[in-house]
Design a protein around this ligand. Structure first.
Ligand code: 2NE
Length: 290
């Protein structure tokens, strides 16, 4: 196992997560080992703030999401703070906003790898599901528990799960609330790779490094395209924004639309012989601009 000097990312006073960085990789660790890394409204708020930072900091290329210790990735919503109206935070307001965090992970224009180091249960299971990739330790256990405790996630936790494992399996996972071993999760395509716990971080960092050798723009465009399949109408603004950003990248200074258009044409040479429009044309422009 390689020894790495993870450096805390300055400027934050997080109570329930750790946030550090190594070699352009940000690591967000839910730091509630005592409660199997179950999340409270404060935890999800802190994850959200950290993800915002990851989005804005151009030096960060890949994000790892994990849990503290060697027993759990995340055991979902903290049942101890479940009260009237939902999960109640320190301000007395019942809100968890974990669905917003899921959306943030999907919208982040950088890959997010779930480093699953133990139980990924309930809302914690959905968290790994919405990450771009999942690498699990051999002691990891997966499953939904919502219906057992009168709860559910009918958003990505249902629809995206079904896209990954198929409708029958997704219904089995939710209707029976069974737990699945890392090997079973691998067999059903729910995780990308399983490694011994001691090698988990090495493996994740190795995957991150491989990703970082590729074009960040191409990776972000593919992510938005993969998301669009499930996001429907809501995916169009995200995809459009990425395309627009990609088109503007080669522009030097504020030369206006005319200049951009001429630059784009110069890069392309003659008008492409293929009937490219919309996404296709944007893709050609992106590739040419790299
Ligand atoms: C995760 C699991 C299977 C682990 O079992 P085990 O045997 O390894 O640990 P144990 O003894 O159950 O738990 C250790 C400590 O962690 C706390 C426990 O209460 C226990 O503390 P003490 O009793 O020693 O004081 N703990 C574990 N999970 C917790 C949680 N979610 N909230 C607060 N404390 C927790 C096993 O612990 C388990 O099944 N946990 C419950 C999982 C669960 O039901 N999560 C909520 C699902 S609903 C959800 O996440 C959700 C949603 O459905 C929709 C929207 C948002 C969230």
């Amino acid at each position: 196992m390689e020894k790495r000097q993870w450096k805390p990312i300055a400027g934050f006073d997080f109570k329930e997560i750790l946030f550090d960085e190594y070699d352009h990789i940000a690591r967000i660790t839910i730091n509630r080992e005592r409660y199997r890394n179950a999340f409270t409204p404060l935890t999800t708020h802190e994850i959200s703030v950290a993800l915002d930072h990851c989005r804005e900091d151009g030096g960060i290329r890949v994000v790892l999401l994990t849990g503290a210790g060697d027993k759990a990735f995340c055991a979902g919503g903290d049942m101890h703070v479940k009260g009237r109206g939902g999960y109640v935070g320190g301000d007395g307001v019942p809100r968890l906003n974990v669905l917003d965090v899921q959306m943030q992970i999907r919208r982040l224009p950088k890959p997010v790898i779930a480093m699953v180091n133990g139980y990924a249960i309930g809302g914690g299971h959905v968290l790994h599901v919405v990450c771009d990739l999942t690498i699990a330790s051999d002691n990891a256990i997966f499953g939904q528990t919502g219906p057992r405790v009168g709860s559910f996630d009918a958003g990505f936790g249902a629809s995206y799960l079904a896209r990954i494992v198929g409708q029958k399996r997704a219904r089995e996972i939710w209707f029976l609330c069974r737990q699945y071993s890392a090997q079973e999760a691998l067999d059903m395509g729910l995780v990308n790779k399983v490694v011994p716990l001691a090698q988990l971080e090495d493996e994740c960092v190795s995957w991150a490094r491989q990703i970082m050798q590729l074009s960040p723009l191409a990776v972000r465009m593919v992510k938005v395209g993969l998301n669009a399949e499930l996001d429907g109408q809501a995916g169009h603004p995200a995809a459009g924004r990425r395309c627009h950003h990609a088109l503007l990248l080669p522009r030097r200074g504020a030369r206006g639309r005319q200049g951009v258009s001429r630059e784009a044409q110069a890069r392309l040479g003659p008008v492409p012989p293929l009937p490219l429009t919309g996404w296709g044309l944007a893709a050609v422009l992106c590739v040419k601009s790299r």
